[in-house]
Design a protein around this ligand. Structure first.
Ligand SMILES: Cc1ncc(COP(=O)(O)O)c(C=O)c1O
Length: 488
């Protein structure tokens, strides 16, 4: 196989060359790259950015046979080991919507798609848009930390046996906390049953680009990979990729996604976002040392946390969860409950008082994300955490993490979402069909999907969560979860 020169950035270079020409711009974007200050954008962003902000469909840029954008996509496909790659400008959320719309074009419309119940909201949106019938696989849950992980090959196989007509399956790996599922085993099971596997790898864009990070799901058999390149891949916010693997469904997916992509993408893609994807791909594919720097920082931080009397590393306990087959070293999840404060309070105070941003928090944890090439000032974070420690003998209230069973599904999510609905109080909502998705955080697994019956247990659980100091119900109409949108 011919080796591919991944140091090249054809699309990004073509933009720069084009911008150098003396062009009279009489098209969009309407700022026309004016340097005279009329739009104030030049002063704010710098003239170079405006010059690169080119309209789509320019010959020699993204139009015509073998154009630089097409070449950039081919380089990305080669870097990730994909049959074909699409560049997206509305995040991995767009990739998830395309994935759901694509599965809806496989097999019999009456048959279900299997999906991890903790699916990202964008995949649930895709289910609503596409009219898919979902059958859910509940992931394992870390009750102590209030977080959900992934699915085991055993629970995946059991779900397939219970739903032998499934048209496809969707799982998430890695999780928000860096837990990696056994994608190889799960893909093999999916293929034995003749269905494609979608992996939402939003958090693992860098996988496969260094021997000490987990393998890229496409090389483990995934058929479709959702990749949030701006997360750990280093491109600009909102840029992302969708990759089709070389497996048995490659041709079908390529044809379907070519058609479905245009349904979801703007006709005015941002050249800046696309160029950032081209450059990020080249940096990842040629930058083992960048990932090595981030791994070293992650290791240093984990080591300091391990030796701290009041902190611990969540991933040190991952071995006890049967779904977790690996761990991403660029996610550092820290149990901060020993500081006498909640994870949410620690995260917020780190931001406001110390100007240190971490990615997320739960009741007792914070998660730090380390981008490739980023040497972390570990001393600064540890000093801030030390300064936050208070003496508090209370353990804090634990949320009741025995999740209530989901109510019976009476309608397709799409039908319930678009049905005539009304907003009623909590008591009146019991026994009615939800028109909305509701998920209590922690642990963020949707408790109610559109089309499912709202049960008394679920209402009590949602209201209890909402009443906690840091409890939050995503999708709720009110912060106390006392009003519900139901099908009339
Ligand atoms: C698992 C998962 N998938 C998809 C997304 C959507 O990614 P984006 O923000 O790029 O749209 C997220 C965002 O956090 C996510 O956590």
């Amino acid at each position: 196989m011919a080796t591919v020169d991944q140091s090249k950035t054809p699309y990004a270079d073509a933009l720069v060359q084009y911008a150098k020409r003396d062009t009279l711009r009489l098209n969009v974007p309407g700022h026309n790259a004016r340097a005279d200050g009329a739009t104030r954008l030049s002063e704010y962003f710098g003239q170079h950015i405006l010059e690169l902000d080119l309209t789509p469909l320019l010959p020699g840029i993204d139009s015509g046979e073998g154009n630089p954008l097409a070449e950039a996509r081919e380089l990305a496909a080669a870097a990730w080991g994909a049959e074909k790659t699409w560049f997206l400008t509305n995040g991995a959320s767009q990739a998830n919507r395309i994935a759901a719309l694509a599965i809806a074009q496989f097999g019999d419309p009456r048959h279900p798609v299997l999906a991890q119940r903790s699916a990202h909201s964008s995949f649930i949106d895709g289910i609503i848009l596409s009219g898919l019938l979902p059958e859910w696989i509940v992931p394992t849950i870390d009750h102590h930390h209030g977080i959900n992980h992934g699915v085991t090959p055993e629970s995946f196989e059991a779900a397939l046996r219970a739903n032998p007509t499934a048209r496809g399956a969707y799982i998430i790996s890695p999780s928000y906390f860096g837990a990696v599922a056994d994608v190889k085993a799960i893909a093999a099971i999916a293929h034995q049953h003749g269905i494609p596997l979608i992996v939402d790898g939003a958090w693992g864009t860098h996988f496969g680009f260094h021997p000490d990070v987990p393998e890229n799901p496409l090389r483990l058999g995934a058929d479709l990979l959702v990749s949030s390149t701006h997360k750990l891949g280093g491109s600009l916010t909102q840029s992302a990729m969708l990759h089709v693997g070389h497996g048995p469904f490659a041709d079908q997916f390529v044809a379907i996604i070519n058609r479905t992509f245009v349904l979801t993408q703007s006709t005015s893609n941002s050249a800046l976002l696309l160029a950032s994807l081209d450059i990020a791909r080249s940096s990842l594919a040629t930058g083992e040392d960048l990932i090595a720097t981030a791994i070293r920082s992650g290791d240093q931080l984990r080591e300091r946390v391990r030796h701290h009397p009041r902190l611990s590393v969540l991933s040190d306990d991952f071995a006890q969860f049967p779904d977790i087959a690996g761990h991403d070293p660029l996610h550092v999840s820290i149990d901060v409950s020993g500081l006498g404060r909640s994870g949410h309070e620690v995260r917020t105070t780190l931001m406001t008082d110390f100007h240190i941003e971490t990615e997320i928090s739960t009741d007792n944890c914070i998660v730090a994300i380390i981008g490739p090439g980023h040497p972390v000032d570990v001393d600064r974070l540890m000093a801030a955490l030390d300064a936050l420690a208070i003496d508090d003998s209370s353990d804090g209230e634990q949320l009741p993490l025995d999740l209530p069973a989901a109510g019976e599904a009476r309608m397709l999510p799409r039908d319930a979402y678009f049905a005539t609905s009304e907003v009623v109080d909590a008591d009146s909502a019991i026994g009615r069909i939800s028109a909305d998705t509701l998920a209590a955080y922690p642990p963020g697994i949707p408790n109610v999907m559109p089309g499912e019956i709202i049960t008394r247990e679920t209402v009590e659980f949602l209201q209890h969560t909402a009443a906690q100091p840091n409890g939050y119900v995503r999708g709720a109409i009110t912060s106390s979860a006392d009003r519900y949108r139901v099908v009339r």
